[in-house]
Write a protein of this length. Structure first.
Length: 401
């Protein structure tokens, strides 16, 4: 496939920009979630699913995925342009985040032909919503200590146990599940990986209320849930290897995601606009030298993150520590967002205590909500502390102790 030339890409960008401007749905009369981790009402879910379906049917989702499974079969650069324009115009995010960005790329990378035919198209169209069953209530960040059991019984596996922080669990049709199939083996070797139909009898989800008052997370319970044996991905005992591959997609270490926005994102430009409106000693906060210094630091950091993807494609710039960019991406982005939103609150002075629903809240309280929600990204997919350990051990070569 030949590389598209600049004039064709410019024309495509204009096409996408025009389509998004004409088709972006009007703001609903209810509060939209900031990401898939806050989708807690039927109205929110149906609004976002309809938007994803519309984007997909227009050809702007999964553009680089194979056409034989429902994708566009086009070079990745076209999807990159769509993603950029979506972020620029601040259109709603697409809700099937786990399917589009983790499960789908995983199935395309190592799944069987039957699995690709069965799952990929439904992921793109949002007909089939996916969730993730990795974390457990009593295991913290120790994923390898997974205690959910899957016992082979003829043509089925019988699952018992519990998973927590199951985003979109209430709406999901399928789950990527890590479960223990052989407790006698070392903990990394006794795990297996399943693509589980959530409507199986014996599977129950219970919503979890977040600090923001929103829902989206659930706890999932398995009580003698019988799933077909062909739900096993790979072979028994390969669960840890497949889970680690999944996390490379989740943490953006490995490419292949379908595209679309994963969350509503407030940018550095939005913080600059807030600084213009905020007051400090009777003058715009933007005129304060300390505020300007902090904003410049955020702008430099943001631009550096933007350029990392391009840098990663130039071997000479990555020879010294070739894994550094990929393995640090999740930590850099999640902590940058948390600090950015915290700074936004500092610009508001006493008004920082006002939240969504307070008529006097700055910008309707969106900065307070964004700050509290930002902690989800510093925990999910491996906490910031875990990410720092990964960088220390795998990039810098530091000892575990």
């Amino acid at each position: 496939m030949s590389e598209p030339q600049a004039p064709a890409l410019d024309a495509f960008r204009r096409e996408v920009r025009d389509w998004l401007a004409a088709n972006c749905p009007a703001e609903p009369d209810f509060l939209l979630p900031e990401s898939f981790m806050e989708v807690g009402t039927d109205a929110q879910f149906e609004f976002l699913r309809a938007w994803q379906r519309k984007v997909y049917e227009a050809g702007y989702l999964g553009m680089a995925w194979p056409a034989e499974y429902g994708g566009g079969g086009r070079p990745q650069v076209f999807q990159d342009i769509v993603n950029e324009e979506m972020a620029h115009l601040k259109v709603p995010f697409v809700p099937n985040t786990i399917g589009l960005n983790w499960a789908g790329p995983l199935i395309l990378a190592i799944g069987t032909e039957a699995e690709k035919q069965r799952y990929i198209r439904g992921i793109l169209s949002a007909e089939d919503i996916w969730c993730q069953g990795f974390s457990e209530p009593d295991q913290g960040s120790d994923l390898a200590n997974c205690q959910t059991r899957a016992v082979r019984d003829g043509d089925h596996y019988v699952i018992n146990g519990s998973k927590i922080w199951t985003s979109l669990g209430s709406y999901a049709k399928y789950m990527i599940l890590l479960a223990r199939t052989d407790p006698a083996k070392p903990r990394y070797d006794g795990l297996s990986y399943f693509l589980v139909p959530m409507h199986t009898p014996g599977i129950e989800t219970r919503p979890i209320r977040k600090l923001t008052g929103e829902y989206g997370f659930t706890q999932t319970f398995f009580r003698d849930a019988r799933i077909p044996a062909d739900c096993l991905m790979g072979r028994e005992g390969e669960g840890w290897k497949i889970a680690m591959l999944t996390l490379t997609f989740e943490r953006s270490v490995t490419g292949g995601q379908a595209g679309g926005l994963m969350r509503m994102h407030q940018s550095v430009d939005d913080i600059v606009a807030l600084a213009r409106e905020s007051r400090r000693d009777g003058r715009p906060a933007l005129e304060d030298p300390f505020v300007r210094d902090q904003l410049v630091r955020f702008i430099i950091e943001d631009q550096g993150d933007r350029l990392c993807a391009s840098r990663g494609r130039i071997e000479a710039l990555c020879n010294e520590r070739p894994q550094a960019l990929g393995l640090s991406a999740k930590l850099r982005r999640s902590e940058h967002a948390r600090r950015l939103y915290q700074f936004a609150l500092s610009l508001q002075g006493a008004n920082a205590v006002r939240y969504v629903g307070d008529a006097s809240a700055v910008d309707g309280g969106k900065w307070q909500r964004a700050y509290l929600n930002a902690f989800s990204s510093t925990i999910g997919g491996g906490t910031s502390q875990i990410q720092a350990n990964i960088i220390g051990e795998r990039v810098l070569g530091l000892p575990k102790d």
